[in-house]
Design a protein around this ligand. Structure first.
Ligand code: ADP
Ligand code: ZN
Ligand code: ZN
Length: 728
């Protein structure tokens, strides 16, 4: 750069705009990529991130000047900045929103990047002699006296005291501000760690060592085989005292038990990142990572975007889990982003699962990833036996067959626990009139309302519509108006009637809305007393219930005949994961899967119980049908006030794609989505497939640019989803 040419900076804003804004950099201001700056924007000021430097400015435009740097250093260091640029391009999402996703909320809003210390208060006098009318102050003093390490201001306020009372006591020198007490993270002595089994030892040696090289290992380990133990062992052996590591977990698996397990090995260097942290906690965790502190960060999806500066190992636990793919806005997959991050950081990536995604398995089968296996359970426990129960000609009571009920009874008689998996929450998926056949539908979606008996409500699970439940048919007023099908509430009611002596514990989104409730449920179950757990997918995920020896799957048939090509994979994964909850303790487990299709090849292989052979079979089908992972896929989705508008919008994208030169892209559709009307919007989709990912990416980029310049009908919207999780 010649000294006299004024510098320019292209600034990204936290907006869904696929463009940057150019500004002049004032003389003497040091500015780098990834740095936060304040800029004048319209009539206000905004926080932006420097996304490019010294681009030729558009002609004839008087550039405004960058006002200030928020800090001297780039909030997004080079590797992180590069990762986010890659993700913006790969997922074709506005760069500004991608960059801002890597900042904690406080920094997005332009607040200073300074650690937030919480002020604690403790008593500094033995006795408080206070005027008789200062009752509340006296109470506060006595209360604080019980906590010699101090109590956070926030906690004091929550307990019903006021800032004024704190101030008076402090002015009287009765209490004083103090730092937060150090948390106790006792490290276990080495002898308390289990000795790796022979199989685990072999797997541990197969995992690549972090010697400045990128590698991906797929750790296929059946449930309870000790994958987590292996991550711990790996980090213990390979991570130096200065290194950073990232362990990604699905939201629901980030339980105090998981955390405690890491803390026992690694003490205070363990840090967490998840959606329930408050803004101050997020800022503090972010700063630790950005400052290069040697954290072992256990985090959910967005942790993969944090500004690590010395990252030496990445672990993705339960790599098949759907929560790794963001469902709206910046639709990135944290697993795939983790793999790219490993490439950038030149460090090993370990993907672990009992039911790996077909994508990862394909990469392992084709030699891109190394496959490491753990095929035996750790300790004494045995993998459960899976049995199909054909229910075609059996009478059912609230969805339960006789043999299933008998098995539950036997389990309880032996003092053990049973788990019942129902794939739908609520009481029943449909209310139907047995006289006129009427079923109650959502007025805003093409779907039926689910009956929630606890709340006497009918709810749509696709939009937020709900109404009071009715007693009679709204159409013909018949009283033969009844719930049809099974939900968790109905199973719970039936089991409570059938096993009146036994506690029934329901686990689904409705029963676990309160913070910490899933935690107290887990603890209750872990006491080991006989009980029946009833729940949805939530129960299939990663929790360790050693007392459960029987799993009953009420109905396995949902995923067998779906239009979504991923449905069979998801069905098998869920069934194996839920089965994995059985027999984790000393007792062997059993799984009963009720189905009307016991001769379906997929279920038959499942009975044989080997995920790798089922998934190889599924992969062969994908290959035959030229589906992912054998071709790259992306979906344009449109929604608007009429189906016609949505289809027309997608048609214009399709013609644009077909007119692109040399384009070898197959298109499906546009077609109305399976749920064509959702919250009063008409949804359609256009699926793109290609063996050339690079080319597909270019075509999508051009299409997005074209669409950005196109005026849409009012109320219309479109999005692009690269590597979509679902089609249909
Ligand atoms: P996964 O993550 O594969 O489900 P975990 O690492 O949670 O498996 O291990 C399952 C259970 O087995 C845990 O209770 C764990 O403490 C125990 N375990 C794992 N490895 C060993 C070992 N080598 N010796 C004894 N117990 C082990
Ligand atoms: Zn009717
Ligand atoms: Zn609805």
């Amino acid at each position: 750069m010649e000294p006299n040419v004024p510098r320019t900076a292209s600034i990204a804003l936290n907006r869904p705009l696929r463009r940057l804004f150019d500004y002049r950099v004032p003389e003497g201001m040091n500015i780098t990529l990834g740095q936060r700056v304040t800029i004048p924007f319209g009539r206000s000021r905004m926080t932006g991130i420097v996304a490019a430097l010294d681009q030729p400015p558009p002609e004839g435009i008087q550039l405004k000047t960058v006002e200030d740097c928020c800090e001297e250093w780039p909030a997004l260091p080079p590797e992180t900045f590069r990762l986010l640029n890659w993700a913006s391009d790969y997922y074709q999402h506005a760069l500004g929103e991608c960059l801002f996703t890597a900042l904690p909320p406080a920094l997005r809003r332009g607040q200073p990047a300074r650690e937030r210390t919480e002020i604690y208060w403790k008593t500094i006098s033995d006795e408080a002699v206070l005027p008789a009318n200062a009752k509340k102050q006296k109470a506060l003093f006595d209360w604080l006296k019980q906590y010699p390490e101090g109590v956070a201001t926030k906690q004091i306020l929550l307990a019903g005291y006021s800032n004024a009372q704190i101030k008076s006591l402090s002015e009287k020198n009765l209490i004083a501000a103090t730092n937060a007490p150090k948390s106790h993270n006792p490290s276990v002595s080495p002898s308390q760690r289990p000795q790796l089994s022979a199989e685990q030892q072999v797997a541990a040696e197969q995992l690549a060592t972090p010697d400045q090289a990128f590698s991906v290992s797929l750790l296929y380990g059946i449930t309870g085989s000790g994958k987590t133990e292996l991550y711990l062992d790996y980090l213990k052996r390979h991570l130096s005292a200065h290194d950073q590591a990232l362990v990604l977990v699905p939201e629901i698996n980030l339980t105090p038990q998981t955390l405690a397990r890491f803390e026992r090995y690694f003490g205070p260097r363990v840090a967490v990142w998840h959606s329930a942290l408050n803004d101050g906690q997020k800022l503090n965790a972010w700063l630790k990572v950005r400052n290069g502190e040697p954290v072992i960060l256990i985090g959910t999806r967005s942790a993969v975007l944090l500004p690590f500066t010395n990252l030496k190992t990445i672990v993705v636990d339960e790599e098949h889990d759907s929560s790794y793919k963001q469902g709206d806005g910046f639709r990135y997959s944290a697993r795939d982003t983790a793999v790219y991050r490993g490439f950038i950081e030149r460090c090993p990536v370990i993907l672990g699962s009992a039911t790996p995604s077909l994508e990862s398995l394909h990469n392992a089968r084709s030699g891109k990833y190394q496959l490491v296996r753990l095929e035996h359970r750790a300790g004494d426990s045995k993998p459960p036996e899976i049995k199909l129960l054909d229910i075609r000609s059996r009478p059912l009571e609230a969805g339960f067959s006789r043999p299933a009920l008998d098995a539950i009874q036997r389990t309880l008689d032996c003092g053990q626990q049973a788990l019942v998996y129902v794939n739908r929450r609520g009481f029943a998926p449909v209310m139907m009139c047995f006289d006129c056949g009427h079923m109650v539908e959502c007025p805003r979606c093409d779907t039926r309302l689910t009956y929630h008996r606890r709340d006497r409500a009918m709810r749509c699970h696709h939009c937020d519509f709900q109404m009071a439940a009715m007693e009679t048919c709204p159409k013909c007023e018949s009283e033969a108006f009844k719930p049809v099908g099974q939900g968790t509430e109905r199973a719970e009611d039936f089991l409570a009637e059938h096993f009146p002596e036994t506690p029934i514990i329901r686990v689904d989104r409705d029963s676990t809305q309160r913070k910490g409730s899933i935690q107290s449920i887990i603890e209750k179950v872990r006491t080991g007393k006989p009980c029946i757990l009833v729940g949805t997918q939530m129960l299939a995920k990663g929790h360790d219930f050693p007392g459960v020896t029987l799993v009953v799957v009420i109905n396995a048939d949902g995923g067998l005949f779906s239009v979504d090509f991923r449905a069979p994979e998801h069905l098998v994964q869920t069934l194996i994961q839920v089965s994995g909850r059985a027999g984790r303790g000393a007792q062997a487990g059993q799984v009963l899967v009720q189905t009307c299709h016991s001769d379906h090849p997929l279920l038959k292989t499942l009975g044989a119980g080997n995920y790798l052979s089922i998934s190889d079979q599924l992969l062969a089908e994908r290959k035959e049908n030229h589906l992912p992972p054998f071709r790259a896929m992306a979906t344009f989705r449109a929604e608007s006030r009429t189906m016609e508008d949505s289809l027309r919008l997608l048609d214009s994208i399709k013609s644009f794609i077909q007119s692109s030169k040399g384009s070898q892209i197959e298109t499906w559709g546009p077609l109305p989505a399976v749920l064509a009307r959702r919250a009063d919007k008409h949804c359609a989709q256009l699926v793109l497939l290609s063996t050339q990912r690079r080319q597909l990416n270019n075509v999508i980029a051009d299409s997005c640019q074209k669409m950005d310049e196109t005026k849409l009908p009012s109320g219309a919207k479109w999005i692009i989803d690269v590597d979509p999780r679902e089609t249909g």
